[in-house]
Ligand binder design. Structure first.
Ligand code: CDP
Length: 230
């Protein structure tokens, strides 16, 4: 008899630049699952808002009105990776990670209609089987029943250093102080918004990653998951 396909969710939440993406990608490789980056989904809407000249600070309702005309989905590629498609077109990391998109993404992500729209699309990813989903509200709102929940963080200085070291993600004139201020501003919006704020689920395992390499963090989480699987 064939072994039934495994299916479970790993939720990884935490503040900006905590290293969640790298850890989630490595974990997906190790567990043979799909890595789902929900931050990129919010970034895609921020990018679309810019393309359509929508003022998300002053007219968030204009963005909400566009949602029925927009479609966003992760499609399976060869080799277990996923590619994000916006209105049928693949959208590049270069566009998603541009500093101008980063500057407005948290304003987009605090719009309640946007979060409702995302909820349906993110829950659909369950059908992929084993998923490692990374974001801010995965363990609290999207998959409160996830089998494994982690909250990954690091001190503000460490996070600013990590982000500054990622080329293509910061403006050409970025300094440690500027990057730290941008991260702090986003964390503030993310954790004080009314709908699905950034916070650890009560049953999440929190890990402060200062001084740990990405491989040490991945090993630690993979160990917990492997011990918890049948
Ligand atoms: O990679 P980085 O840490 O810069 O952030 P991200 O994961 O790409 O997320 C970008 C922004 O999207 C966050 O600052 C949040 O405002 C928003 N976001 C959210 O509200 N909920 C999620 N599940 C994921 C991202």
């Amino acid at each position: 008899m064939n072994k039934p396909e495994q299916s479970y969710q790993v939720a990884i939440d935490g503040p900006a630049a905590a290293g969640k993406s790298t850890i989630a990608r490595l974990l997906a490789e190790r567990l043979g699952g799909f890595y789902v980056n929900t931050g990129d989904m919010y970034r895609a809407l921020a990018w679309a808002a810019r393309q359509n000249n929508i003022d998300v600070d002053n007219k968030p309702e204009s963005l909400a009105e566009q949602l029925p005309q927009w479609e966003l989905e992760y499609r399976r590629q060869e080799n277990r990776s996923l590619q994000l498609f916006f209105n049928g077109e693949p959208i590049s990391q270069e566009k998603l990670r541009a500093p101008a998109v980063t500057a407005i993404v948290s304003q987009v992500a605090r719009i309640p209609q946007v979060r409702q729209w995302m909820l349906e699309r993110q829950r659909q990813c369950k059908s992929l089987g084993v998923i490692i989903m990374e974001g801010r509200d995965i363990g609290t709102v999207i998959f409160p029943q996830a089998k494994f929940k982690f909250f990954i963080t690091a001190s503000p200085l460490e996070r600013a250093r990590r982000r500054l070291a990622q080329s293509g993600e910061v403006a050409a004139d970025a300094t440690l102080a500027k990057v730290a201020a941008e991260i702090e501003a986003r964390d503030h919006i993310d954790s004080t918004r009314e709908t699905a704020p950034l916070r650890a689920a009560e049953d999440a395992i929190t890990l402060v990653t200062d001084g740990m390499t990405q491989y040490q963090v991945t090993d630690h989480l993979a160990g917990i998951i492997e011990r918890g699987l049948p």
